[in-house]
Design a protein around this ligand. Structure first.
Ligand code: ADP
Ligand code: ZN
Length: 436
C-alpha cells in the first residue's frame, strides 16, 4: 500500500527533473526573501539563475544549526509572520532550541509526508493510532497527529508521560499502531510487564519509532516484547519534523520523500560530497517549504544513501539507519565512539537489559576513561555472583573488540538507569569539567 504512488514511485529521470525545477525555484525564493541566504549566496558568488543541473547543488553554501541560533527566533523566515500558522522548536538536545515555522501549505505538506510514513507501515482509516510522542513545541506529537488524521485513522493524542496509564489505554482503546521514541517503546513494554499485561496479546501490530538513534538489535527487542513490526522513521525540525523519511515493511532503509527533501551525504569534516553507499553526514535541501526554506542543511546525522530499487515498489532513494549524530559521538583516547556501537554489543549479551549509559571521564592528569553502565535482568541479579563476574568480563571483551579500546562495564540493578519519556540520554561526558 502506497499513499502517493505518483510521487513515491516516480521513475528516476522524472524525479530528477522535478527536483531540479523545484531546486531552481526554491533557491531563487530563498535568495529573494531571506537576507541570510542572499548574503551567503552572494558571498559564494552564486547566481540562483545559474543553477542548471542537480550537481550544481554542490556549489551552494551549507546551512548549520548555528545559523538558526544566530537568527533566533524568526530571522530565517521567508514569509511575514501573518502567514505563519504554527511555530515549533527542536528538542534542544544539543543546546539552545532552534525555532521553526510553518505556513498553512507547510502544514499540509507535513501531513502529506506523515500520511506516506504511516502508510509505509500499512496504516489505514481502519487503524487506531496511539501517539506517544510529546505534544508541544517538539515536532513529534503534532507532526504524527496531522498525518494520522490525513490517513483518516482514529487518533489517540496521548503525548508522553504517565506510562502506566498509557499501557492501560493502549489495551483498552485497542490501538493497532503506536508512535513514540524507541526508548519509550521499551519503557512501555517494561511497564506493561510489571502491570501483568502481555502486550503481545494486544491489538497492536505496528510501531513507528524515531527521534533518536537505535540499532537493529533494539528493533528486534521491541518487536519481540510488543509483538509488533517496528519501523524506523526519520525527521528533524529544521527540515520539517518527522516525515522526512520512513521505512516500509521491507525494513531495509528509510524512503526519503525526495519530491520535498533533497538529500546528500558529505564528509563530516571537509564537507565534500560523497557518492551513494558511503557513510557520512546527511544534508537536506527543502524543495517546497514556504515559511522556512533550508538550503543544504547539515543535519549532523551519520548515514548513507541507497539507490537500489526496493521490493515495495517505491522508487525513492533510501537512507540507512542513522548510526549516530555527530554531537553524540565521543572521542575517547583518540577513538571515535557512537552509542549505537555500544548498544549493538550489549544487546547481543544474555542477561542484560537494553538500558545503558556511557560515561566518559578523566581523572586529573590521567587518561580518559570509558565506562558503560548496563542493567542486568531481574533473574540474573539474584543469581550467583560468579555469573555476574562472567557477564561483566564477557561484556568488556565484546566492547573492546568492537570499539577498539577498553571500557569498564558496570552491571547495575534493574531500574537503576533513568527512563526517558522522549529522547534517551545515552552519553554523559564528565570530561567537560576539565576542559575549561
Ligand atoms: P534536536 O534533537 O536536534 O534538538 P529535533 O527534535 O528536531 O532536534 O530532532 C531531530 C534529530 O533527532 C535528528 O537530527 C536526529 O539526530 C534525531 N533523529 C530523528 N529521527 C531519527 C531516527 N529515526 N534515527 C536516529 N536519529 C533520529
Ligand atoms: Zn520500500
Amino acid at each position: 500500500m502506497i499513499w502517493n504512488d505518483e510521487m513515491e514511485c516516480l521513475p528516476r529521470p522524472e524525479m530528477d527533473a522535478l527536483q531540479l525545477q523545484r531546486l531552481q525555484s526554491r533557491v531563487r525564493y530563498a535568495y529573494e526573501r531571506v537576507p541570510f541566504y542572499r548574503d551567503a549566496l552572494n558571498e559564494a558568488g552564486i547566481d540562483p539563475a545559474g543553477i542548471s543541473c542537480l550537481a550544481d547543488l554542490q556549489c551552494l553554501p551549507f546551512t548549520r544549526k548555528n545559523d538558526f541560533r544566530d537568527h533566533y527566533p524568526f530571522g530565517l523566515l521567508a514569509v511575514p509572520m501573518d502567514d505563519v500558522v504554527r511555530v515549533h522548536g527542536s528538542s534542544g538536545t544539543t543546546g539552545k532550541l532552534t525555532v521553526v515555522a510553518y505556513t498553512q501549505n507547510d502544514i499540509g505538506l507535513w501531513a502529506e509526508v506523515m500520511a506516506r510514513t504511516l502508510t509505509c507501515g500499512g496504516v489505514t482509516r481502519r487503524d487506531i493510532v496511539h501517539i506517544g510522542y510529546g505534544y508541544g513545541l517538539f515536532t513529534g506529537g503534532l507532526g504524527v497527529h496531522y498525518g494520522a488524521e490525513r490517513v483518516g485513522a482514529t487518533v489517540i493524542p496521548m503525548s508522553s508521560g504517565n506510562t502506566a496509564r498509557q499501557v492501560m489505554l493502549l489495551r483498552d482503546f485497542g490501538a493497532t499502531a503506536i508512535c513514540c521514541t524507541p526508548s519509550y517503546a521499551l519503557f512501555l513494554a517494561e511497564t506493561a510487564q510489571e502491570e501483568g499485561i502481555d502486550m503481545r496479546q494486544s491489538k497492536l501490530r505496528v510501531g513507528f519509532f524515531g527521534a533518536e538513534p537505535w540499532t537493529d538489535a533494539m528493533r528486534r527487542e521491541i518487536e519481540e516484547r510488543l509483538g509488533i513490526v517496528a519501523l524506523d522513521i526519520y525527521g528533524l525540525s529544521e527540515v520539517t519534523g518527522p516525515g522526512v523519511a520512513s521505512e516500509c515493511t521491507e525494513q531495509c532503509g528509510m524512503h526519503i520523500f525526495e519530491d520535498h527533501f533533497l538529500p546528500e551525504i558529505v564528509d563530516p569534516t571537509t564537507g565534500t560530497p560523497l557518492p551513494y553507499g558511503e557513510w557520512g553526514e546527511l544534508v537536506f535541501t527543502t524543495l517546497t517549504k514556504e515559511a522556512l526554506p533550508v538550503i543544504r542543511y547539515r543535519t549532523g546525522d551519520i548515514s548513507r544513501l541507497v539507490a537500489e530499487p526496493c521490493a515495495c515498489g517505491r522508487t525513492t532513494v533510501r537512507m540507512d539507519k542513522i548510526c549516530g549524530r555527530s554531537d553524540d559521538m565521543i572521542i575517547v583516547r583518540g577513538v571515535n565512539i557512537f552509542p549505537s556501537q555500544v548498544e549493538s554489543v550489549l544487546l547481543r549479551l544474555k542477561g542484560v537489559q537494553p538500558h545503558y549509559v556511557i560515561i566518559a571521564d578523566r581523572e586529573r592528569g590521567a587518561m580518559d576513561t570509558l565506562e558503560v553502565w548496563v542493567e542486568v535482568s531481574e533473574n540474573i541479579f539474584s543469581d550467583q555472583l560468579g555469573d555476574l563476574a562472567d557477564l561483566q568480563k564477557g561484556a568488556e571483551l565484546a566492547l573492546q573488540e568492537v570499539l577498539g579500546i577498553s571500557a569498564r562495564v558496570k552491571l547495575v540493578e534493574p531500574h537503576r538507569i533513568e527512563r526517558s519519556m522522549g529522547k534517551a540520554k545515552r552519553v554523559i561526558d564528565r570530561r567537560d569539567a576539565y576542559r575549561s
